[in-house]
Design a binder for this molecule. Structure first.
Ligand code: ZN
Ligand code: ZN
Length: 224
């Protein structure tokens, strides 16, 4: 038995560019036979629609509400919703962060000022990991996040042109980092719903379990 997990999707609660609610995402993935999904809305420097005039705590709670809504929608379904973020560094450079939680965000109101080095340090200290989202999407091959600070590479991204995904796979071959596949879904109407993600030979129910599974390379990749 293999269990499917989406690793990269957006809801319209927090991502300005997304069109589906967290509840719609849960129902859509569940109906596609997925065992779970990681909600990875755009974070504060990305295409995020949380009111930036709010206090840090209010912003983070507002951001986390999307995840709570998804959790609520999954109640009674045999489906796990995991928390993640997609953090932006400009010029199309984005990193997916898994294995962190609301406490981590609340604890760090200075997070917006952190460079990738500090972000990486703190996330790792908290037990989380970082995966380079859609390498090369807009940037040339010379422009990428420092791989020594990251744990993985998204070798298939549903929003990346195929040639960029090929380059991402070559990069993963060279580095031996964790590989992930994600659809980068922004609406349940998109054809790419359910065409990407990972499979695991066992269920994971928490961000920490998801991270452990990736670190052990227990997963296989789902490609379109
Ligand atoms: Zn987006
Ligand atoms: Zn994304």
């Amino acid at each position: 038995m293999q269990y499917k997990y989406e690793t990269h999707c957006h809801s319209n609660c927090c991502s300005r560019c997304a069109h589906s609610t967290p509840t719609e995402l849960v129902k859509a993935y569940y109906s596609k036979g997925f065992a779970g999904m990681v909600l990875t809305d755009h974070f504060i420097h990305g295409n995020n629609c949380v009111d930036s005039s709010l206090t840090w705590e209010a912003q983070m709670r507002c951001y986390y509400d999307a995840y709570l809504e998804a959790m609520e929608a999954a109640k009674g379904l045999d489906f796990d919703v995991l928390f993640g973020i997609e953090h932006a560094y400009g010029r199309g450079l984005e990193v997916l962060c898994y294995g962190i939680d609301l406490d981590f965000l609340l604890m760090h109101p200075d997070l917006p000022q952190w460079d990738i080095q500090k972000f990486s340090q703190r996330v790792h200290r908290h037990g989380g990991i970082l995966v380079h989202a859609h390498p090369y999407r807009w940037a040339g091959p010379e422009l990428q996040l420092p791989l020594d600070l990251l744990d993985g590479i998204e070798v298939h991204n549903g929003g990346n042109p195929p040639d960029k995904n090929v380059l991402a796979m070559q990069l993963a071959d060279k580095t031996g980092l964790i590989r992930t596949s994600g659809s980068d879904l922004h609406s349940v109407q998109e054809d790419k719903l359910g065409t990407a993600g990972i499979t695991l030979p066992y269920r994971v129910h928490t961000g920490a379990e998801f991270v452990d599974a990736l670190k052990r390379h227990d997963h296989c990749l789902i490609f379109p």
